[in-house]
Ligand binder design. Sequence first.
Ligand code: MF3
Ligand code: CO
Ligand code: CO
Length: 287
Amino acid sequence: MPRDSHGHLTPGRISAQRPVPASIPRPEYVGKAGPAPYTGGDVYDAPTVELIRESGRIASQAIDAVQAALRPGVTTDELDRVAHEFVVAHGAYPSTLGYRGFPKSICTSLNEVICHGIPDDTTLVEGDLLNVDVTAFKDGVHGDLNRTMIVGEAPQATVDLVDRTREALRRGIKAVAPGRQVNVIGRAIESYAARFGYGVVRDYTGHGVGRAFHSGLVIPHYDAPQYDDVMTPGMVFTIEPMLTLGGVEADIWPDDWTVTTRDRSLTAQFEHTLVVTERGADVLTLS
Ligand code: MF3
Ligand code: CO
Ligand code: CO
């Protein structure tokens, strides 16, 4: 458990909510059904960009700690504990905890889970493909990133999917430049993924991030000319492509969070938060 006789994932047991010290400021949506409408825009001054970079650094280092704890036999709940303790030890709030009712401090998306997997008592085994997504909130701003990791060793096709998804994110970031429309990003990602016949998920996108977790700005990972927002220096958003070894249709579990490929094909994702500069992009979610 929790995998069925075909090795497909099934929902596990979710542990009690982890406490956050009262001294750590919460995002405004915690304890409410959802965030307040955001009206603040996506362009930030230099000091605020540095605050986003600090939140992003904490989130990135939390993923480093998770990566160091990754081994066959560990549960995704234990990885949630590792990240949670790292984030709060650095004076930050784990943004997913209490976001629209999400019960945990990170997302753990395993194998056929595209995104938004809830940490539970699922035990990792050799060859698993695990995405860990961490967002940290400190000094009023969020930094959001994710990485996909392999538990031990996996078949070459799995390794290739991970490497090429990381490369797809790199190419999306390279397409960023002031004066261009945001749709250049998805065009770069989709044309690269198409070389390998990979599916590019459309139902979930990159997003503006900073004072809001999801600002309303949408960054598609596929060729979508109608997303014509023009990038300007100081604009902050994520790019977070999800590629699959099969189709792009998604199913959502009864928990209302866990998103899987309908065909149960493997899927990988990488995410960074970046700021648009005069020359291109500056990644804000580095360790
Ligand atoms: N961090 C995710 C993103 O990249 C959002 C997770 S929201 C949650 O946008 F509620 F599922 F945690
Ligand atoms: Co994101
Ligand atoms: Co994220």
